[in-house]
Write a protein that binds this ligand. Sequence first.
Ligand SMILES: *[C@@H]1O[C@H](CO)[C@@H](O)[C@H](O)[C@H]1NC(C)=O
Ligand SMILES: *[C@@H]1O[C@H](CO)[C@@H](O)[C@H](O)[C@H]1NC(C)=O
Ligand SMILES: *[C@@H]1O[C@H](CO)[C@@H](O)[C@H](O)[C@H]1NC(C)=O
Ligand SMILES: *[C@@H]1O[C@H](CO)[C@@H](O)[C@H](O)[C@H]1NC(C)=O
Length: 391
Amino acid sequence: MGAGGDWRTAGRCTVAARRADRRSGLTLRLKRCFLVLKTTCSCVCLATVSFLSLLGFCLSYLPDPFSLEPLSSVSEHHREATLLIWTHPFGRYSKLPDCYALYQIYGCTLTDDLRSYPQADAVIMHHREIATGLAELPPEPRPRAQKWIWMNYESPPHTPRLWRFEGVINLTMSYRSDSDIFLPYGFLVPRVRKPRGLQNRSAQLPWRSRLLRPHLVAWVISNWSESHARVAFYYQLRRYIQVDVYGRAGRPVPEDSGGGSVVRLVQRYLFYLALENSQHTDYITEKLWNAIRAGAVPVVLGPSRQNYEQFLPPEAFIHVDDFPTVRGLARYLLMLRRNPAQLRRHLDWRGSYSVHQPEFWAEHYCTACRAVRRSRGKTDVVKNLTRWFRS
Ligand SMILES: *[C@@H]1O[C@H](CO)[C@@H](O)[C@H](O)[C@H]1NC(C)=O
Ligand SMILES: *[C@@H]1O[C@H](CO)[C@@H](O)[C@H](O)[C@H]1NC(C)=O
Ligand SMILES: *[C@@H]1O[C@H](CO)[C@@H](O)[C@H](O)[C@H]1NC(C)=O
Ligand SMILES: *[C@@H]1O[C@H](CO)[C@@H](O)[C@H](O)[C@H]1NC(C)=O
């Protein structure tokens, strides 16, 4: 995965985002071509010549999306793959998805039946169960050409005993954009732009309500630890501004926990504290994406601003490092509340994007299976998992 990408080209976002982008770009270009064709063809004398040359012009665009795909969808049909789920993450059983019905990913058989080990093209193992000894690594020698996939969505401090996987893994899967199989906690998908006359006015109305929210700052925190930078930040921030704390350490989140109820709660707030438990490359979790979905402006503490900007427009979030002092940041938030025009600057970009939050773990399995099909016949070796993941 190219690390130097810019969020505008969705360079670091997932294959899915890039595909959507490419597809809409292609549709637009084809439409434009056919519009030109229609005009041209009404002029009878030039029709034949123009049609042929324009057709050639239009078709010259076609190979673009296909050449970027390692395989055409036709040959993908013939490359069925069986992915064995070695353990259900955190010991919680979940029904295995139908990858075609949900994600239009062909040719994937998912199974959690360990007896299929000898036939499996790949085995996906979630870090936690093996690190804690709840499960063993699969037996060696492994079937020829079988790939072992290491999957982990925790930050490095919460990823102990990486050495267990050293020298045996073929592919990595995590939130890091330089993973072999990259699927982040969330990403933006550019919306297809409609011509002006077709724009849906009622879809834009929520912007108004976003500027008129009854409450100021919310924070949902489940694992309170005095050693976390985020708790130190909170202690400072609350000296200058009202912060409503929810979760185990504060008021209960209305209804039960889970993404949906957090989003509903945060919809009543202008700002949301999206503070990660530790600061690491690309470690940007659902906290950020829940805030965006709820229409609140996220105040982020995590990796650097530069790192966030690989996933989001610069004005989409307020970074704790943007201000020399926490007091300065609090003042800025209070100023935004009084100045809707300034606040809009942080919200207007949203008209051009929608948020996608992959479903744990269905989308992960299907994405992994697609990667296995595409890397078939190739040998993949992860040199030093520990050094890479901690970097
Ligand atoms: C316009 O957007 C609203 C709200 O998102 C939706 O309920 C409605 O169906 C849309 N109308 C059209 C014509 O797309
Ligand atoms: C909570 O944070 C502490 C301190 O970082 C950590 O040791 C512990 O594993 C965390 N618990 C969970 C459930 O993440
Ligand atoms: C998988 O990794 C192991 C250990 O590094 C290696 O011996 C094997 O050749 C790899 N297999 C494939 C298919 O990449
Ligand atoms: C991997 O990198 C770590 C940290 O740099 C080092 O301590 C370890 O010896 C390396 N392991 C192997 C197998 O090269």
